[in-house]
Design a protein around this ligand. Structure first.
Ligand SMILES: Nc1ncnc2c1ncn2[C@@H]1O[C@H](COP(=O)(O)OP(=O)(O)OP(=O)(O)O)[C@@H](O)[C@H]1O
Length: 306
């Protein structure tokens, strides 16, 4: 089995402030996981705000250097400081999809201009016919076409359509890996599932692997093959999505699941969290512990004396 992506003991520490009053934040601590090149999957990173999901994604994209550890893509180290040609080659293989499609596109620029400049850059051609074909092919993959998009400005499309255009842009170089950071959180709830289903079809039909970053357990459960749950920079549980989410073991994973507001709870006006679980989850913050493999294939962080 060959490896597409290998995240090895990766940590990221941010240091802020001057000589006095220096503050450090361990955004990611000892992250380890890998994706296979042969079996495309949706690999989900779940965690609440500030758990380190975006920092991890930025390191995988080579936008941020790990403080320690390394990230390999097809055996080669992801290097932010690699030369322009090497960066372009890497970016043709690993493409980001960002959270807010309205921010990703300049309101004064027609959408096709973005697609066009991406095609020009990655296909290294100025041939209009080749560029148009590449744009149309990418748009078709997300259920749109160049005919529909041509001449349109971002405000002339729905959030869902615009996110599709952003995904089409990312697909132009035919990357085997997409990093989608909360791709549905800014899209209307009614259109969200169509984007989630699109990610699923990219995996199933086009064999694209997706790192799906979210704090939404429902969509994670629906589309993920495997997932990791992050608490304050540490992976606390990792494994098959259904195994983990059907029966989470780490206190923080259990808390996350229990905190999802069900319509039953909403009626009674209370969340189903119990204080004991909250205490257990809080106690684990700041403790290193170690990830232990379980018989069902998951890994769970356990702590000394627990
Ligand atoms: N450039 C930076 N400088 C200093 N601290 C940072 C920087 N980027 C992130 N952090 C800190 O690192 C921690 C993890 O942030 P990160 O954005 O990775 O979390 P997240 O899980 O993606 O959160 P969200 O869901 O809110 O985007 C936070 O405490 C954040 O304040």
């Amino acid at each position: 089995m060959s490896t597409l992506l290998d995240v090895r003991d990766v940590s990221k520490r941010f240091t802020m402030g001057g000589l006095f009053g220096r503050k450090t934040i361990d955004a990611v601590m000892d992250a380890n996981f890998s994706l296979s090149a042969e079996n495309p999957e949706i690999f989900t990173i779940i965690g609440e705000s500030g758990s380190g999901k975006t920092t991890l994604a930025r390191m995988i994209l080579g936008l941020e250097d790990p403080t320690s550890g390394e990230i390999l893509f097809r055996g080669e180290k992801v290097d932010r400081h690699a030369g322009r040609a090497a960066r372009l080659k890497f970016m043709s293989h690993v493409q980001p999809v960002f959270q807010n499609p309205f921010e990703a596109f300049n309101p004064l620029k027609q959408i096709e201009r973005y697609l066009e400049s991406t095609a020009r850059r990655f296909l290294d051609t100025g041939d209009k016919a080749v560029i148009d074909r590449a744009m149309d092919e990418a748009l078709q993959k997300v259920g749109l076409s160049l005919k529909e998009v041509r001449g349109r400005f971002p405000h002339e499309m729905s959030g869902g359509q615009l996110q599709r255009c952003a995904i089409a842009r990312a697909l132009i170089p035919n990357p085997p890996l997409l990093i989608a950071d909360e791709p549905v959180s800014m899209v209307d709830a009614s259109l969200r599932m169509s984007i989630v289903n699109l990610l699923k079809s990219l995996r199933d039909d086009l064999k694209v692997s997706v790192i799906y970053i979210t704090h939404d357990l429902a969509t994670a459960y629906y589309i993920s093959n495997r997932l990791i749950i992050m608490q304050r920079g540490r992976i606390v549980e990792m494994g098959d999505a259904r195994t983990v989410l059907d029966n989470p073991e780490h206190p923080y994973s259990r808390l996350l699941k229990a905190s999802v507001l069900s319509t039953d709870d909403a009626g009674a006006g209370k969340l189903m969290t119990d204080a004991g679980m909250l205490d257990l989850a809080t106690d684990s913050v700041g403790q290193a512990g170690r990830l232990v493999d379980r018989a069902d294939g998951r890994s769970v962080r356990v702590y000394e004396g627990v």
